[in-house]
Ligand binder design. Sequence first.
Ligand code: TYD
Length: 237
Amino acid sequence: MEKRELLYEGKAKRLFLTDDENLVISEFKDDLTAFNGEKKSSEVGKGALNNKISTELFKLLEANGIQTHFVKMLDDNHMLHTKVDVILIEVIVRNIATGSLTRNLGIEDGKILPFTLVEFDYKNDDLGDPKLNDQHCLILELVEHQDELDKLRRMARQVNDILRPYFLEKGLNLVDFKLEFGKDSNGNIILVDEISPDNCRFWDVESGEKMDKDRFRQGLGGLTVAYEQVLNRILGK
Ligand code: TYD
């Protein structure tokens, strides 16, 4: 597979075209950003850890019937995947209250929610990723029909139903996470982007220690050590 011209550069990944029009390559960067790009840093090895973690989790989800864009990991920092039209909705899934849920609604940090909450944010940095309801999504034409919003929610819950017990068995509470979806060339909605400690929160079941990007957001240090721990637990090491 030949890596061709740069298609897009995001905060954590670069996207390249290939010699196959249906396939693209993501390069996972070591860059870290938070608070809509206001806080920036870089951690050597972070990109490779996220590529490896995402690879394992996409394989797990595929094996459990979730369609994803994943094709294969090419090397430490590169993943080959299907080209899609990205749906500009960030789907946030929450099992335990923290972060913006606590800030915005005053729900106690660490409270286990009575049911899994699924929220939509507008993937739009200029507007600061505001919350969306279904009517906003339709007015903005982010999807064509209500059915597609229902499908995003259904798929997000299925992903949670697979990942939450999987991580619990490995001693990690899956607190919340962000998913992105896209439409492939057949118009199917599939899971895209990455699933890593950059966009999931993991709390150690025993100690409560944060094992995700909150280590950077909150200046706790030890980010790559924590990401490596997550990978090792996934690999059963
Ligand atoms: P949230 O509590 O809304 O964000 P924050 O406290 O960082 O403002 O985040 C919920 C989960 O979704 C958390 O695991 C981080 C992830 N997330 C992203 O990956 N990207 C985003 O742009 C947002 C808003 C959240």
